[in-house]
Design a binder for this molecule. Structure first.
Ligand code: HEC
Ligand code: HEC
Length: 420
């Protein structure tokens, strides 16, 4: 009798647990709200080719897709476990807060994408909040969430990428603007088409947007970007060569292009992969410098000039300005001058609005790439061994291309003769 009773209990227990399992399975696969909203509204968003609203500010590194797996309940459990979704206060979920972020100038198309994302995720989270099963699933079954470290996510933010553009290519765009800005190039546009107007004066953001939209940046092989090959004259360029290999502009363009390419293709995985931030900021002045009487043996060589300002008791520790260009066949060198300052310094902050050099005394230090090594080793810098002469500059220095400030190349190096 006891045996019989025991068998009976076991049978009932087994039945009950089978029923429980099948009801779980049913809720999971049946047409309940959590599954339906996931299938009909969430999956289409994350599986479409259309960029998510995050891309309006993040060029890479984060995406709504990273927050969703194939399984609605496992996804939810993981989101709750990682703190992205708050089942007790659905509207306060961090994921929804990210979706509601919008830039000041919101793109109308993105505004629609954002609204659809928000409504779908809110509906889904609210349905989950009402569904007791949602609270029972264990999260360890799926991997979702942000994988990259915050440094990399930060680096790939659009405002950071734009800042990198402003620090590298934008200061050099003065060399391009006369042919590539729509307010000055109508004759060229008639011949070549509107696409050559990729510079928008005073608007680096729009200029970068056009460079990308017009395909001037090659994200697979950044060194092959038209934005670099054209001004180098390494492919035919209607404007001829604008700068040479190894020059400051060459370095600045290449720096931006390779960084941009690595960012948007997701090649940066850890903080160590990121390029170091340059210690100096650089902004174009409106002042031009010309140096005459340079020995003809240096014709065609890249020459860099650094200016140090007299500060009452000595020359400034940091250079105040720099400029580079090749020496012409007639032994003349001329360039627009770039103001420079250590990053983070007071002067660096002022350069944006007041880049021009005040009148005063400057020490002009002249470096020449006598062996042409920078042509091959494009990232190398000219150093003390390339210093060939020094000369002092004084007096007023009005802005404008003409007349430039004119100096004669000194016949003596400070330590003796001009270097051979
Ligand atoms: C309006 C611009 C904007 C949008 C749109 C935007 N973000 Fe952000 N995001 C930022 C800014 C700015 C930061 C850094 C400052 C902060 O955390 O508030 C940031 C930081 C982050 C971080 C933290 C990384 C860090 O710096 O520590 C993550 C993760 C993130 N966003 C994910 C997303 C996701 C996912 C989306 C889309 C659903 C998104 N963001 C949409 C501007 C935006
Ligand atoms: C004297 C005029 C002139 C100057 C200055 C000039 N360019 Fe050009 N550039 C042209 C002309 C004309 C074309 C169209 C023909 C061609 O593709 O070479 C062109 C084309 C280009 C293109 C291809 C655009 C496209 O959509 O196909 C790029 C990129 C470019 N230039 C970059 C530069 C850069 C960078 C600078 C400054 C460092 C510069 N150019 C300075 C005249 C100029």
């Amino acid at each position: 009798m006891q045996k019989l009773l025991w068998a009976f209990f076991v049978a009932v227990a087994a039945l009950a647990s089978a029923a429980g399992r099948s009801s779980d399975a049913q809720t999971r696969t049946a047409d309940n709200a959590v599954v339906r909203i996931f299938r009909d509204r969430i999956l289409p968003i994350v599986r479409s080719d259309r960029p998510s609203s995050c891309t309006e500010c993040h060029l890479a590194g984060v995406d709504l897709r990273q927050f969703v797996s194939d399984d609605p309940y496992a996804t939810l459990a993981a989101l709750v476990a990682q703190g992205w979704v708050d089942p007790d206060r659905p509207r306060k979920s961090r994921l929804l807060q990210l979706i509601t972020r919008r830039p000041d100038k919101e793109d109308p198309m993105m505004a629609r994408v954002r609204k659809a994302e928000y409504e779908a995720f809110l509906a889904w989270i609210e349905a989950a909040a009402r569904d007791p099963l949602a609270r029972r699933v264990r999260p360890e079954t799926v991997r979702i969430g942000i994988e990259l470290p915050p440094e990399v996510i930060r680096h790939a933010r659009k405002d950071r990428v734009l800042q990198a553009f402003v620090d590298t290519i934008w200061p050099e765009v003065g060399r391009c603007i006369s042919c590539h800005a729509a307010d000055r190039n109508q004759r060229l546009v008639a011949k070549w088409g509107d696409h050559i107007s990729w510079v928008q004066p005073h608007d680096p953001e729009e200029t970068l947007r056009r460079c990308v939209a017009n395909g001037l940046i090659d994200t697979e092989q950044p060194e092959k970007s038209l934005l670099l090959l054209k001004p180098l004259g390494e492919v035919e360029h209607g404007g001829g060569p604008k700068f040479v290999r190894g020059s400051r502009a060459d370095k600045a363009f290449r720096r931006f292009l390779s960084d941009y390419a690595a960012t948007v293709t997701g090649r940066y995985r850890s903080a160590h992969d990121l390029p170091p931030i340059p210690g100096e900021v650089l902004r174009p002045t409106h002042q031009h410098l010309r140096i005459r009487g340079i020995p003809r043996r240096w014709a065609g060589r890249l020459m860099r000039v650094d200016l140090y300002r007299w500060q009452g008791d000595g020359w400034s520790r940091w250079r105040w300005a720099t400029a580079d260009n090749p020496v012409t066949r007639r032994g003349v060198w001329q360039s627009l001058v770039m103001a420079t300052a250590p990053r983070g310094s007071k002067r660096a902050a002022e350069l944006g609005s007041h880049p021009d050099l005040p009148a005063g005394r400057y020490l002009v230090r002249i470096f020449i790439d006598r062996s042409g090594r920078l042509e091959k080793d494009r990232d190398a810098e000219l150093g003390p061994e390339d210093l060939v002469a020094e000369v002092e500059l004084r007096g007023p220095w009005p802005p404008g291309y003409w007349p430039p400030k004119i100096l004669r190349f000194p016949v003596r190096h400070p330590g003796g003769q001009v270097r051979p």
